[in-house]
Ligand binder design. Structure first.
Ligand SMILES: Cc1cc2nc3c(=O)[nH]c(=O)nc-3n(C[C@H](O)[C@H](O)[C@H](O)COP(=O)(O)O)c2cc1C
Length: 193
């Protein structure tokens, strides 16, 4: 197997492309698409987003210390891309993409109603890393769409058609190849009849 050696760069894929909703607390709300995001701690629940200081959303997050991470789906792919190539300085992305603002429980930023999962975050620490600043945040609440819950309240997130961002492309697909721990799970012996 021959692999080329490249200079340092970003090549950890796939990633989620999330829509992060923000506010300035003075009536101006915005959405920024972010792929540099992830979970950093289970307990306490913490997540991060990395944002370039030049983004319109950056000052809003700095000011309020709050944001909402909204997971995206195949249906939201167009809006996800749009919110990642147009600035809130020039366009009202909620209005233009016909997205519904929903009031969050703890933070001032609105949630996106069309997202299957919205995660309320409060900034814990800002790490100025270089091109991007990383906002390390405490997760205050997770809002999960009941549309994906069965009668036993089990959440079927993967029925939502989650959107994936990989190497410049958006992917969506629900082909399951395993479940957590399946590689070590004991096979159930089939009883002879
Ligand atoms: C798929 C995708 C992923 C992106 N990921 C990030 C990111 O992680 N951090 C960032 O600062 N910008 C990211 N961007 C770019 C911003 O979303 C884009 O510059 C946006 O227009 C900024 O909006 P704003 O000026 O309204 O804040 C991404 C764009 C796309 C399309």
């Amino acid at each position: 197997m021959a692999k080329q050696i490249w200079k340092p760069g970003n090549m950890i894929y796939p990633l989620p492309a999330v829509m992060v909703s923000v506010t300035d607390g003075e009536g101006n709300d915005n959405i920024i698409t972010v792929a540099w995001t992830g979970t950093v701690c289970t307990n306490p629940a913490m997540a991060y987003i990395s944002v370039r200081p030049s983004r319109y959303s950056y000052d809003m997050i700095r000011k309020t210390g709050e944001f909402v991470i909204n997971l995206t789906t195949e249906k939201l792919a167009f809006a996800t891309d749009f919110c990642g190539v147009r600035s809130g300085r020039d366009v009202d992305k909620f209005q233009k993409m016909n997205l519904t603002k929903e009031k969050a429980q703890y933070v001032s930023a609105p949630m996106i109603g069309e997202s299957p999962v919205s995660i309320e975050c409060r900034v814990h620490e800002v790490k100025e890393l270089g091109s991007h600043d990383m906002f390390l945040a405490d997760v205050l609440a997770v809002h999960a769409d009941e549309a994906y819950m069965d009668k036993n309240n089990k959440f079927h997130l993967n029925d939502a058609g989650l959107l994936v961002y990989s190497h410049g492309e958006y992917l969506a697909g629900d082909r399951k190849v395993g479940t957590f721990g399946y590689s070590v799970k004991k096979k159930t012996s089939k009883r002879k009849k």
